[in-house]
Design a protein around this ligand. Structure first.
Ligand code: CUA
Length: 314
């Protein structure tokens, strides 16, 4: 397993990555050689042929056909090599194998949501099996985001009102960074996830467990898990400190002052509304930036969150 990485990128962990690196290294090498020739040549000529006195005049040269042909033909060949090499890899990167595992990916301010064929969902953690092609069908709930896994060398914009797609096959078990690489608002830098590459058996277990909506867990325990896995804590602290949104500490029964000056005592219905329609009532001092979880959370998940939030007063 190659964990060293290159000067520019972390280690290659997908089947396409070595191909991308090879072409990239070729371009860097050729560019470096040409840079040395051009800059070195310039410096050499400046020194060697500098004007040495008042009586010295520049000879009247018009052209050198052989040189002209040489510096036209060689770069043209290089450009064609880069084009065909790149085009071949580009096709490979864009056409997913027919048997690829399908996962829906949604970008929204400011987290990633993944949905699997059996209904299992995951926030910010993309869990995939090793050695198996995986295809993501991606779209955005709001603005343009961009899906980027440096270790896999794959990157694709995620747009509202349109699907884009990306595929990869992870070569090693591990956890790899997932970044949003399109500036999408104040929380852009927090839009960070992990691609968790696991063995096929582990993946199937995870899929089954995750698809069961927390069966076997109490509502409180399930809610506690969801606050982490659904990325609530990106914006809501558990320790009372202010963040993008109000803290969860002691939230139930708290008297909140709204933007319009009214006061609301936080109860179950207020919590539920704030999860599913977060912009209905905004607490004074905060921005209406929370995305809706309507259609993302199942009923039991909303119940579990409300139930867990009530426990944070003790
Ligand atoms: Cu999403 Cu930046």
């Amino acid at each position: 397993m190659d964990t060293t990485g290159t000067l520019f990128l972390p280690s290659a962990q997908s089947t396409i990555a070595p191909e991308v690196d090879a072409l990239f290294n070729f371009i860097v090498l050729v560019s470096s050689i040409l840079f040395a020739i051009v800059v070195g040549g310039s410096i050499f000529f400046v020194l060697r042929y500098r004007r040495r006195g008042d009586k010295e005049y520049t000879p009247d040269l018009s052209k050198n056909t052989q040189l002209e042909i040489l510096w036209t033909v060689i770069p043209t060949i290089l450009v064609f090599i880069v084009f065909f090499w790149g085009f071949k890899s580009y096709l490979k990167m864009n056409v997913a194998p027919g048997d690829a595992l399908q996962i829906q990916a949604t970008g929204q301010k400011w987290f990633w949501q993944f949905e699997y064929e059996n209904g299992a969902t995951s926030t910010n953690d993309l869990v995939v099996p090793v050695g198996q092609p995986v295809q993501l069908l991606m779209s955005s709930q709001d603005v343009v985001h961009s899906f980027y896994v440096p270790n896999f060398r794959v990157k694709m914009d995620v747009l509202p009102n349109r699907y884009t797609s990306v595929w990869f096959e992870a070569t090693n078990v591990g956890a790899y960074d997932l970044f949003c690489t399109e500036f999408c608002g104040t929380g852009h830098s927090k839009m960070i996830g992990k691609v968790k590459v696991v063995s096929e058996r582990e993946f199937n277990n995870w899929l089954e467990e995750s698809g069961s909506a927390g069966e076997g867990l109490s509502l409180d325990a399930y809610g506690e898990k969801l606050v982490e896995t659904k990325a609530c804590i990106t914006c809501h602290s558990l320790d009372g400190s202010p963040n993008t949104g109000p803290t969860f500490q002691g939230i139930f029964g708290r008297l909140e002052r709204m933007q319009d000056g009214s006061e609301i005592k936080v109860d179950e219905n207020y919590l539920r509304e704030s999860i599913l329609n977060p912009r209905a009532k905004i607490v004074e001092g905060y921005q209406p930036v929370m995305p809706t979880y309507q259609g993302i959370l199942k009923k039991r998940e909303v119940d579990a969150l409300v139930s867990y939030l009530k426990t944070l007063n003790e």
